[in-house]
Design a protein around this ligand. Sequence first.
Ligand code: SF4
Ligand code: SF4
Length: 224
Amino acid sequence: MAGKSIFIDTTRCIACRGCQIACKNWNRNGASATRNQGSHQNPPDLDANTFKLVRFNEVETDGKPGWYFFPDQCRHCLEPPCKDIAAGYVDEPVIQDEATGAVVFTAGIKGAPFDEIRSSCPYNIPRQNAQFQAVKCTMCIDRISAGLKPACVKTCPTGAMNFGERAEILKLANERLAGLKAKYPKAQLLDADQVRVIYLVADDPGKYHKNAVASLSRNTGKVA
Ligand code: SF4
Ligand code: SF4
């Protein structure tokens, strides 16, 4: 499988939110009006201005509280359900870039019902902007087509975000997983054979986010 991939090693994420802000900056997305909801997660969810969101999940282990960080974004599925659903309404509403594999919404996606696009996504990613257009991460298609890294990867200070050829990224992810297994027996890669954005988590995926893996949401049709 050619093309590019992103590897997100959550064990190296310190939740600095540099990736979240770099994404906003590159896409010229403004701030979202929010209020304190008792969590450092801000805004509370992905939205039309936030294609990448660092999720903060509070988890108690052996009576001690801790944070599980999950920089959430479009997974750039190898066989994207959003593309299949939208294609039933208009021509070429979603493209899969031949060179990179990036899944990109075109202006034509406005012709497909947003609710169906969103509920087709096993990771609950697409959001709708003020112009009624479905929006999400593009893998920085403009940057990567010019040989640059996605803005989020370029910004990450810890090595949590990695980008490259899919084969190299899979190798890196599997090596990192093997190195962590002794310390974290539940460590795993999430849906690595189905997506281009591959997460490594150290514990049960559901402790990080309810839509961390496709199987957590695929059969429920939930879009909450
Ligand atoms: S994660 Fe969702 S929005 Fe992204 S390519 Fe897959 S189905 Fe489409
Ligand atoms: S920039 Fe890196 S360390 Fe900071 S929140 Fe994003 S993934 Fe985590």
